[in-house]
Design a protein around this ligand. Structure first.
Ligand code: UDX
Length: 413
């Protein structure tokens, strides 16, 4: 059984393929209503649908550019299926694709394999998604924060997609396809830039003995900056989107002769940030060799079990390189972590178990349970490196050495 067949089998059985709160109930509910039909039969899916969303992956190539093979394969399959239909349908690209991909790759492929003329016998749109992992269902159903972008080949294509989103409480921007493709990259690059900015400022604050959290409040107070920005300093950004999308934009910029200095700097600051946490632990412990260090949080962010490009990977690898004994804990991502680290580290079945007898701990992902100061009582050593500022140092107690990202060791607010 191929990977797709296996995924479809699990979906039909009501088993989500990723961890997200309430996703399983929603899946079972839509299956029972017959509103969601997982299938490997593209022809049947195309024949019975008016709008055809392409949501396949666009992974990174070694040079940072994106691999379009899945987009090409999906376009070919839809093209072949459209051949047998005489109904006007709209193909909607939702995958994250660099500007020009829909016009230069998807449309010609659809026309070649369907024998049909775009804009006449079928329509095309590009409709970027801004879903966040761990809250994708909510972000899709309530897109007020991000709005909805419709990149349309022509008015007729856009009208069909506009109808799909009628009733959603969000601003809808109708534009052309290339602008829609670029909005996706510009948004992720913008947010990733904010995170790297926050980390750089936090590192400077740490050196100056200024509390970054206090500075952040001052930043957000300025209405030109505002709240809810991606200004939480920490271990760096990870996941399947930010790193990949910024790299893809860097590769595309170079391809067209634009030197992407800011985007490159965003990646460079991010690449070194996880090692900053290890440096803080080394500074507090003197030497990491033979020390038992608990790593709390492995997923790239809370609310998911996803470890793609998770900062925790660099933290663990660096601790191991320095001769530390690592024990790790995450409420959701342990299974994925075991695939990555195997038996090179130990795993705690709970936060308390991971902290038991630890000389130090490094908090990498801000799961709510790590904010409980009591759980750190299990530690042997009393060094806490708070890579996400989830703890109040005062609540921990004066017998602890607390080092928070953007807060100098021993600093009291
Ligand atoms: C992101 C975009 O938000 C979403 O719109 C897009 O569709 C996909 O990429 P996601 O990758 O799920 O979503 O995570 P997000 O919540 O945006 O966080 C991205 C990374 O930045 C995480 O590693 C997170 O820990 C980090 N981050 C975010 C910070 O370090 N500080 C912040 O202030 C915000």
């Amino acid at each position: 059984m191929g990977r797709s067949e296996d995924k479809i089998r699990r979906l039909r059985a009501g088993t989500p393929l990723i961890h997200e709160e309430s996703l399983e109930e929603l899946l079972k509910d839509t299956l029972n209503k017959g509103a969601f039909i997982p299938s490997t039969n593209v022809s049947e899916a195309v024949r019975t649908s008016d709008v055809l969303f392409v949501c396949v992956g666009t992974p990174s190539r070694d040079d940072g550019s994106i691999d379009l093979s899945q987009v090409e394969a999906a376009s070919k399959a839809i093209g072949l299926a459209l051949k047998g239909s005489d109904q006007y349908k709209v193909v909607v690209v939702k995958s994250t694709v660099v500007p020009g991909t829909t016009d230069d790759v998807v449309v010609p492929t659809l026309e070649r394999f369907s024998g049909k003329k775009v804009g006449v016998e079928f329509g095309v749109c590009m409709n970027p998604e801004f879903l966040r992992e761990g809250r994708a269902v909510r972000d899709f159903l309530f897109p007020k924060e991000t709005g909805i972008i419709i990149g349309e080949l022509d008015r007729r294509s856009g009208d069909v997609l506009f109808q799909v989103y009628e009733g959603f409480d969000a601003e809808i921007l109708r534009t052309n396809i290339r602008v829609a493709e670029m909005i996706k990259y510009a948004r992720n690059a913008y947010l990733a830039k904010d995170v790297s900015f926050a980390n750089e400022i936090a590192n400077i604050c740490q050196g100056l003995g200024v509390d970054y959290l206090a500075v952040k409040r001052g930043l957000e107070m300025d209405r030109r900056i505002g709240r809810g920005r991606f200004l939480d300093a920490g271990a760096g950004f990870g996941g399947s989107c930010f790193p990949k999308d910024v790299r893809a934009l860097v590769a595309k910029a170079k391809e067209i002769g634009v030197e992407p200095k800011m985007l490159k700097a965003t990646l460079e600051v991010n690449d070194i940030q996880p090692y900053r946490l290890v440096a803080l632990a080394r500074e507090a412990l003197g030497d990491l060799k033979g020390k038992r260090v608990a790593v709390l949080g492995l997923a790239f962010k809370p609310g998911t079990d996803d470890m793609r490009e998770a900062p925790s990977i660099a933290v663990v690898d660096s601790l191991l390189k320095e001769g530390a004994d690592v024990v790790a804990y995450d409420p959701e991502a342990l299974a994925r972590a075991k695939e990555i680290f195997e038996d090179r580290i130990a795993y705690g079945g709970s936060c308390k178990e991971a902290l038991d007898q630890a000389d130090a701990c490094v908090i990498v992902t801000e799961w709510p349970e790590f904010s409980d100061p009591q759980v750190y009582r299990a530690m042997n050593g009393k060094v806490v490196v708070d890579g996400r500022r989830v703890l109040d140092p005062a609540a921990l107690g004066s017998d602890f050495t607390y080092v928070g990202i953007g807060l100098r060791k021993g600093f009291r607010r």
